[in-house]
Write a protein that binds this ligand. Structure first.
Ligand code: HEC
Ligand SMILES: [Cu+2]
Length: 324
């Protein structure tokens, strides 16, 4: 039996859903098989037994058989409604997220899954989660329809551009389980998958604390381009309201008072926290003071980002490798 269940088209069951959904699924499969085989065998046997042959006495046919008709109406009705109620109860369970679920954000795009954990830890395609605790994925697509499907967990859910959808499950087994995009989404759709790693809670916490987090450059880029809008003045185009920051770090900067300074970390920090103190030559001092909007970590991240602009090669910071 267990050999049969290991047959690849039947994935292992690794969530609380598997225990509940599988019996219904197997019952439906069994019923469909029995009915299909029974009906076809009946057709073949009756066609042979009651074929037209000479000398057979055929009495006039009975037109009504109330008992038989009631039987074949009432029993399937009860069976059908029973299956409906069973399925509805399971579905109710499937859409109601239990309290205390671990919250994880998932962004889908052609053709990868970007995952972000509550503490900022990010990964691509893979998903690390602890065993024995409900997990809720809140998902959105950046482009087209995708679908997050984990057969071992018996869950799948469409991921839609411009709308959040969610999915929850509670893993019951540790191990590595494949996940797939199961909505055709373009050329590399078939490669848009990854692995769900279910870990012991202790191992999960270590993973969460120790693995790659958002790099300082990436955090700085977010502040610069999205949160604080530095990019509206520092567009990098000549004639912009603020200087191009690409060639600043490590270079000499000419100041309005005629002196010149080499831009090091300290200079960058001062330019952000007290922009009026030293003004860059040819620029109007209209940069706002950001001192009370930024903590030390933000400033460090912004500096890391500005430094990265100067480096020959800007390293693309993506944690985790896409699945082969
Ligand atoms: C309203 C436009 C504006 C915004 C928004 C702005 N800046 Fe500036 N920034 C300037 C101008 C103008 C200068 C040059 C004059 C000066 O030195 O104050 C400057 C200078 C600088 C310099 C020194 C550049 C050099 O060549 O020496 C740094 C570094 C800098 N800004 C970083 C930032 C960061 C980081 C942010 C976002 C937190 C930001 N700026 C937001 C206008 C802006
Ligand atoms: Cu997809």
């Amino acid at each position: 039996m267990s050999n049969f269940l290991n047959f690849p088209i039947i994935p292992v069951g690794a969530s609380t859903f598997a225990e509940k959904v599988d019996p219904l699924f197997y019952l439906l499969t069994l019923m469909s098989t029995v009915l299909t085989v029974g009906i076809f065998m009946g057709i073949v046997i009756m066609a042979a037994v009651f074929r037209k042959k000479p000398g057979v006495d055929r009495p006039s046919q009975a037109l009504h058989a109330p008992i038989l008709e009631l039987t074949w109406t009432i029993i399937p009705t009860i069976v059908g409604l029973g299956l409906f109620v069973w399925g509805a109860v399971l579905f109710d369970d499937y859409i109601k997220v239990p309290e205390g679920a671990l919250q994880i954000d998932v962004i889908a795009k052609q053709w990868m899954w970007k995952v972000q954990h509550e503490n900022g830890m990010r990964e691509v395609n893979d998903l690390h989660i602890p065993v024995g605790r409900p997990v809720k994925l809140t998902m959105m697509s950046q482009d087209v329809l995708h679908n997050y499907a984990v057969p071992a967990m018996r869950v799948k859910q469409d991921v839609i551009p411009g709308r959040y959808t969610s999915l929850w499950f509670e893993p019951t087994k540790t191990g590595a389980f494949p996940m797939f995009c199961s909505e055709y989404c373009g050329t590399e759709h078939s490669l848009m998958g990854g692995t769900v790693y279910v870990m012991e809670p202790q191992a999960y916490n270590e993973w969460l604390a120790g693995g790659p987090k958002v790099s300082p450059q990436e955090a700085g880029r977010f502040l610069f381009e999205e949160k604080l809008g530095c990019v509206t003045c520092h567009t990098g185009v000549s004639g912009a309201r603020g200087p191009d920051l690409k060639e600043v770090f490590g270079h000499a900067v000419k100041l309005a008072d005629g002196s010149s300074v080499t831009a090091d970390e300290e200079y960058l920090r001062e330019s952000i926290m007290e922009p009026a103190k030293r003004i860059v030559a040819t620029f109007t001092p209209l940069m706002p003071n950001f001192a009370n909007q930024l903590n030390d970590e933000d400033v460090a991240n912004l500096i890391a980002y500005i430094k990265s602009l100067t480096e020959e090669e800007v390293v693309e910071v993506e944690t985790g490798a896409p699945a082969p």
